[in-house]
Design a protein around this ligand. Structure first.
Ligand code: ZN
Length: 67
């Protein structure tokens, strides 16, 4: 029986440390979130902010490369 308690305790610890809100728009995550390293800080982004960020990053890379 002890292993069930162990799993429950582990699950509590995981859900406690799991990010629940987007660091950019502070929307709640439904299921999926993305981890970005922005300005040396770890950020958790929702899917819509993730696509915005990847657009920005690729636009910046294009600019760096082609002016
Ligand atoms: Zn967001």
């Amino acid at each position: 029986m002890e292993w069930i308690i162990g799993i429950v305790v582990l699950w509590f610890i995981f859900s406690f440390f799991k990010p629940t809100r987007c660091d950019v728009c502070s929307n709640r995550f439904k299921r999926k979130y993305y981890t970005w390293k922005i300005e040396g800080k770890k950020q958790h982004l929702c899917p819509s902010c993730n696509s915005k960020m990847s657009n920005r990053v690729s636009a910046k890379k294009f600019k760096d490369r082609f002016g």
